[in-house]
Structures are given as structure tokens and as C-alpha cells.
Write a protein of this length. Sequence first.
Length: 324
Amino acid sequence: MAVNPSAESARRYVVRTFGCQMNEHDSERIAGLLDADGMVAVDSEADADVVVLNTCCIRENADNKLYGTLGHLKTWKDEREGRQIVVSGCLAQKDRDVVRRKAPYVDVVLGTHNVHRTTDLITEARRGGPITEIFDEAVIDDHALFPSALPARRETSYNAWVTIQIGCDNACAFCIVPAVRGVEISRPFADVVREIEALAAAGVTEVTLLGQNVNSYGRDLQLAARQGGDSDARIRPLFADLLAAVGEVEGIRRVRFTSPHPKDMRPETFAAMAATPAVCSHLHYPLQSGSDAVLAAMHRGYTAARYLERLADCLLYTSPSPRD
């Protein structure tokens, strides 16, 4: 990546991502924030003043990968005064002070709930020394709660991640997501559609809807409406409605979503997939085990038979399309 000569005096950065699509989307937002702050993206740590490691704690050996990388970056940091290391994401949220103890030369440690604070923390650390800031809960603020509300730097112009929901209310025995991402919070329906309309106007033709439990989207919105005394709050398959609405946005040719939970898969979702041409004939349908005993021990909330019933529903409603 060539650096604009007019930006020679600007600080330069690299963002490295370990993890899933949610991490990738967070990294786009971190890069967008750094761009908005006047920094310049480069390809190599050798050319950078700031290295951001956006981490995952779900996949095996995530700890070893992070601390091995940090060991190499200590030498990098010592080579030039003013260089900074930032550790963000799920592993930072989980380990908190462990990162600081194992790698005291890290300048900023921030978690999953304060991505919007990245540039502020980098500036604060540059002035006052290393800082760790971990929020236990998501910030209830339209410009901070959802990564999609922040500026982004995307590697491609035709496709985009769009966060529709954060957090997870499940209690799967093997998974740490609820601890590091918090409870399920759905983004308002109209906000999602407006963002996708803006993306389409900018030339994006493919969107992927993101959520830790993407197909449970809207349950909390309906519950809040009913608890607020709205007796007319419509009980409806909100995720299916959202798929249809997004697929109708002019200029959007492909719609995908990830990651769904089998226990929340409903016929309405399959019907929306089949009835909305823009929704791709593609389903990420996680399978942990075919044993009911193992599924129960995992707290997955469904049996093997129910899993297969939902899969049969999918086949009933949808059929392959030549374009996919």
C-alpha cells in the first residue's frame, strides 16, 4: 500500500485481526476511527507507529497467538520512540489485567464494548502512559453501541458487514461469548435499513448481516415494547421481516447472514429466504453434535431430531438458484 506523500507527517497504523466476522467488522471500525483521526494505514509493522491487535478468545490457542505476537512487537516497539501497541477485542475483554501483566509494554488494552474509544485511548496513553479500559456492559449510545454506527475502512467496495445485533443470551457450556460480548441487544429496525440504503447509494451491492445470535434479532425490542405498556406491540418474526426489507433495498443484489442458532430457526426465516431474490441460497447452520446427550450437556437447547426438522423446513422452503 502506497502512502500519500502529503501524509508523510501523519502517524501510521496497522490493524491485525484474530477471529470471526464480528472481529473483522470491529477492525474495520477501528481502522475507520484511526483514519478519521488523521492517521494513515500501511501494510507493514516496519512502517507503522501504531499496531492494533484485535483479538479473539473463542478459538483454540488464541492466547498463544496473541502473546507470541506481542513478544515480537516488543522488539519492534523498542526500535523507535513513540511507537504504540494496542490490544483490543474478546481476549482483552476476558483477560483484562492479564495482558498488562504479561506484556507491560502494551500501551492500550480495550475491550469489546468501547471500540468507539480507540483513538481517545491512544492519545491518552501517548500523553500519560499505558492504560487499560474495559467496560463490563455495552454503552447505550447510538454512536457507540453498534460497530456499524462508527466510520469504517473496508478492503473492498462492493460488500459490507452490517451489525444488527450484539451479545448472546444463550448459555452454551463450551462458549465464552456471553461473558465477553454481553447480553443480546438488537439494533433498531429502521437504523439497519437506513444504513444499508446508504451503503447501496455508495456502491455496495452485497451485505452480510451480523450478530452473535443473528436470527434471534428483535426479541428484545418486542419485549421492551410490551414492558413499556405498548399493548399493540406486534409479535412477528422480526428477523424474517428484516431479511425481506434489506432484500428490497434498491442496489442490493446479495444478502447473507451469520451466525444463526439452530434453536431459533423458524419457518418464517426460510420463507423470507425463498421469497426474497436478493437473499442468497446459503445457510450457515452450526452443528456441534448428533448426540442428544452431548447436546444437552452443551446446553444447546435442541435435539438432533429438532435440528433435522429445521433443516427439512429449509429444504422445503428454499431451492438452489443458478446465480449462487
